[in-house]
Design a binder for this molecule. Structure first.
Ligand code: GDD
Ligand code: MG
Length: 360
């Protein structure tokens, strides 16, 4: 039996402006709340018990994920009164673990989509007899992450969260947000106060001579911090670039959920998802985008790499590229929005109001 803790709390976890009231982990990605992919992938890797550590009311998650039986595992929720930080949340959720002090416990950041071989990480952790094992990936710009240099055997040499100076930028190898802990290490984290696993626990363990083992696997890896990456992740899930048992349909160029209406002559591609009750007009071209439930895309509109909120509408011939349209917003016909444009929830943009030009 393998147990896991899933971290889904903290600040900045709401995706503005598209779903002001929905925590980011619940934003539909390939047709289901993002967390469903993490839970399903964990179940497929042999995880049988997940403790979800949240600062939200469990009411947000429970109606969707219930007791986990639909995923083939048991799922329970612990709710922090005040955010306890990553380490505090792990410690707090650890009270619900059932394994002994030497058992292996997976810990997942809740905002990561990865193709990691989860079972392989657990095996490698046991083989190395490590206190903590960390999945590491290489990225082009590591500044927004935890830097984790290792020696030739994979032993972690340091942990520097969000390096501030050029001298601190000593590696492009970063913490990918998936760990295996020896249960007794979790129990040694101080209880009842905020603790950062990245800034306090890992450096403290290293200073105390504990064995931290890094596993560098350059698999599919996406941090869902920005809307762009959520849109990309959704498209990649639909196209099967990263497999998830939770995608409600076959892999392909598009996923049209039951109850959606796509006019003949509309073109869907690039892993586009069309939510229940949404309508796509004739001649519309929608590529690599998320169209949430009950949204309407007008005839001949062109939508690329964008997220269209629930009940939002996009007028005829409007061009959207790399944009987010909030829930219930309306973008009139003949507009052009590009590169990071954000339309607030319920906002109304008249027809022919905005075009895009780098010069005149
Ligand atoms: N329950 C709970 N309580 N969860 C929390 C809390 C808290 O107080 N604070 C953060 N979390 C959860 C977040 O929801 C997220 O799933 C995870 O812990 C990591 O927190 P983030 O706030 O997303 O951290 P980050 O993205 O800046 O950095 C982390 O992830 C990077 C990889 O994406 C760090 O772990 C970095 O070292 C890492 O490189
Ligand atoms: Mg994050």
């Amino acid at each position: 039996m393998t147990e896991a803790i899933l971290l889904v709390g903290g600040q900045g976890t709401r995706l503005r402006p598209v779903t002001v009231n929905t925590p980011k982990p619940m934003v539909p990605t390939a047709g289901v709340p993002f967390l469903a992919h993490q839970i399903a992938r964990a179940a497929a890797a042999g995880v049988t018990h997940i403790v979800m550590a949240t600062c939200y009311l469990a009411e947000v998650f429970e109606p969707y994920f219930g007791d986990g039986s639909e995923f083939g595992l048991s799922l329970e929720y612990v709710v922090e009164d005040e955010p306890l930080g990553t380490g505090g949340a792990i410690r707090n959720a650890g009270r619900r673990l059932t394994g002994g002090p030497d058992s292996s416990v997976l810990v997942f950041n809740g905002d990561i989509l990865t193709g990691l071989d989860i079972a392989g990480l657990v095996e490698s952790h046991k083989a190395a007899d490590a206190d903590v094992s960390l999945h590491l990936v290489r990225v082009e710009d590591p500044r927004a992450f935890g830097l984790v240099p290792t020696d030739s055997e994979g032993r972690v040499l340091a942990f520097t969260e969000k390096p501030q100076t050029p001298e601190e930028l000593i590696t492009d190898q970063i913490n990918a947000g998936c760990y295996v802990f020896r249960r007794s290490v979790i129990d040694s984290i101080p209880a009842g106060r905020p603790v950062s696993v990245e800034r306090e626990t890992f450096p403290g363990l290293l200073a105390a001579g504990a064995k931290l083992h890094g596993v560098t696997e350059n698999t599919y890896w996406m941090d869902l911090g920005k809307p762009e990456s959520i849109i990309q992740a959704s498209a990649d899930l639909v196209r099967g670039v990263v497999p998830s048992p939770a995608v409600p349909g076959r892999r392909g160029e598009s996923l049209v959920l039951p109850g959606a209406e796509v006019a003949a002559g509309a073109k869907l591609s690039g892993g586009t998802v069309v939510g229940a009750g949404a309508r796509i007009g004739a001649g519309a071209v929608v590529q690599g985008s998320i169209v949430l439930d009950d949204a309407v895309i007008g005839p001949d509109a062109q939508v690329n790499a964008s997220l269209i909120g629930a009940r939002a509408s996009v007028g005829a011939r409007t061009v959207l590229d790399g944009t987010v349209v909030g829930d219930g917003a309306s973008v009139g016909a003949d507009n052009e929005l590009r590169a990071g444009a954000r339309v607030w929830c319920e906002a109304q943009l008249p027809a022919a109001a905005i075009r895009f030009s780098p010069d005149a």
